[in-house]
Design a protein around this ligand. Structure first.
Ligand code: FE
Length: 132
């Protein structure tokens, strides 16, 4: 299951590799899932790990797909990100380790979290909700 970065570079489209393995960020309001409203599951664009449920998606106005929580606590891992002179919490896929985005503390209640995730790090599969 575990692939090296060199292997991912061969497999993934360049722009997906840039997000997942070069900590890239897609420009706001450009990602295909910003305004996605269908019911389903958002998987990792690299390893297809289930990451987010559409029921936890909300329109944050940030320009990136936003979620109040991951599909379960084991789906993602968080780590401190001090790049660009900011103190942020980075969100990575727990299975393959790819970079997904960041989580902020300004989300809607009760969770109060905003998982700000790049569309290109995700692969949406419609009506897959029962597999939780
Ligand atoms: Fe993954």
């Amino acid at each position: 299951m575990k692939k090296s970065i060199e292997e991912w570079k061969k497999i993934l489209p360049h722009e997906v590799f840039h997000i997942l393995w070069d900590n890239g960020t897609e420009p706001p309001f450009t990602g295909k899932y910003v305004d996605e409203n269908r019911k389903g599951i958002y998987h990792c664009a690299g390893c297809e790990n289930e990451l987010f449920n559409s029921k936890d998606k909300f329109h944050s106005g940030s320009g990136w797909p936003s979620f109040t929580k991951p599909i379960n606590a084991k789906a993602i891992k968080k780590q401190l990100d001090l790049s660009l002179g900011m103190k942020r919490t980075e969100v990575r896929c727990a299975l393959c380790g790819g970079h997904l985005g960041h989580v902020f503390d300004d989300g809607p209640k009760p969770e109060g979290k905003r998982y700000c995730i790049n569309s290109k790090a995700l692969k949406f599969k419609e009506n897959d909700e029962k597999k939780r």
